[in-house]
Design a protein around this ligand. Structure first.
Ligand code: AMP
Ligand code: GLY
Length: 416
């Protein structure tokens, strides 16, 4: 069969790689994809992810069996509703259910209804309400914009002066609420669940590194690296999280009757009072996907086919190898960044792989950086330590000018 993946980044590269390995799949297309994908035999399609009409026409004309959606924007804009109403199979939540990510207020109401632990919070739709909250809040506190903000709509403030500075940049209205949240403390973990109307399966757990600089300093980014497995998140912590968060979330989705087929990504924080939800996302995470999918032993094409056909999902088999993803970003990211870096021909002997994200081709058909997170170097090993050493060995053997990467990805697992 032929399948289509929507998106263009490292996450989509990893999804395509896994689908290429499926015994059921002959061709993998990716719209818009990126030129690095051609190296693993994936066909980029020159259609943007928000052009639903052209994407659906492509899927019909090329006899695509099903489409898997990578990024949240297309889901929040209703790509699943559009494909479904045109009789096309697609994996993702519909527009209503995608609000679990696109509206923090929607997600908080859902958690309240199903008694799912999260930070205490107050939603304000006017400056009067904001003033009332400020009069009695303690610090640090967290201020969040409602809506999709690519990880940039969250502000942790230490005092009232900082809070007022942040609030001066935000519009507060019934259409654009601002949410105050209790500040939570503890390590964060990314949990991905594949679900349909009949069943669900939990994928291997990963940990992301959101800050730009080593030791978690500097501004938040889309994610500078990830690893899996996460040994500090032990069996007892996992079991407690499944019972208190994962199961009530899936039951809630089913009880609400959401049209939800695909992935729910639960960002949790392990606080002194147990696990709490930091956020829901309605798709796989980037850069976690690049370390989570390689650990799945199942034929991913078969698993996604079961998912979209509303069959009971096969149990997930997990590989014991460890994966560490170090993101190579353009200098200046997450602000203004340099483009056009010449990328090396990576020579890797069995201990790692490269997942391309923001790349273009130059006039000699060579891959060059095209902004932001350029590519992922994924080290593989029998332990996190070995996988980490392999990732950094590949990076030091292939220096790329005008780029930056963190030097402490997976340290928390290695130092344990
Ligand atoms: P979000 O966009 O909601 O995922 O938030 C981005 C990041 O901000 C999270 O990964 C956390 O590190 C941090 N964050 C969000 N909410 C809280 C909270 N209530 N307490 C502490 N940190 C938070
Ligand atoms: N890894 C964070 C995200 O995908 O939102």
């Amino acid at each position: 069969m032929k399948v289509l993946v929507i998106g263009s980044g490292g996450r989509e590269f990893a999804i395509c790689r896994k689908l290429k390995a499926s015994a059921l799949i002959d061709e993998v297309y990716c719209a818009p994809g990126n030129p690095g994908m051609e190296r693993i035999g994936v066909h980029p399609v020159g259609i943007q992810e928000n052009n639903f009409e052209a994407l659906a026409a492509f899927a019909s004309q090329h006899a695509i069996t099903w489409t898997m959606v990578g990024p949240e924007d297309a889901l929040a804009d209703g790509i699943v509703d559009y494909f479904t109403s045109n009789g096309l199979k697609i994996i993702g939540p519909d527009k209503q259910a995608a609000q679990l990510e696109s509206s923090k207020d929607f997600a908080l109401n859902f958690m309240q209804k199903f008694h799912i632990p999260t930070a205490q919070h107050q939603t304000c739709t006017s400056m009067e309400e904001v003033d009332a909250v400020l009069a009695q809040t303690s610090y640090p506190t967290v201020i969040k914009e409602d809506g999709l903000a690519g990880g940039k709509g969250v502000f942790i403030v230490e005092n009232q002066k900082e809070a007022l500075k942040v609030l001066a940049t935000l519009k507060v209205s019934p259409q654009t609420p601002v949410i105050f949240e209790e500040y939570l403390d503890g390590p964060e973990y990314s949990i991905f669940v594949l679900l349909n109307q009949k069943s669900f399966q939990i994928l291997p757990v990963a940990q992301d590194h959101k800050k730009i600089f080593d030791h978690d300093r500097g501004p938040n980014t889309g994610g500078m690296g990830a690893y899996s497995p996460v040994p500090q998140f032990d069996q007892a912590a996992f079991d407690r999280t499944v019972k208190e968060i994962v199961e009530p979330t899936i039951n809630g989705i089913h009880t609400m009757g959401f049209n939800y087929t695909g992935i729910i990504y639960i960002g949790i924080m392990m606080t002194a009072n147990g696990p709490k939800v930091i956020e829901y996302n309605v798709r796989l995470g980037d850069p976690e996907t690049q370390v989570v999918l390689p650990r799945i032993k199942n034929d991913f094409g078969k698993l996604l086919t079961e998912c979209v056909d509303q069959e009971i999902l096969d149990p997930i088999g997990v590989d014991s190898q460890a994966y560490v993803n170090v993101v190579l970003a353009a200098k200046g990211y997450p602000q203004n960044y340099v483009k056009g870096q010449q990328l090396p021909d990576f020579k890797i002997q069995g201990q790692g792989m490269i997942d391309y994200a923001n790349v273009a081709v130059d006039d000699q058909e060579r891959l060059v950086g095209n902004g932001g997170r350029i590519l992922s170097v994924i080290g593989i090993g029998d332990s996190i330590k070995e996988a980490q050493a392999n990732a950094y060995k590949i990076l030091s053997n292939h220096p790329v000018s005008q780029t930056y990467y963190r030097h402490d990805i997976a340290n928390r697992a290695v130092q344990k």
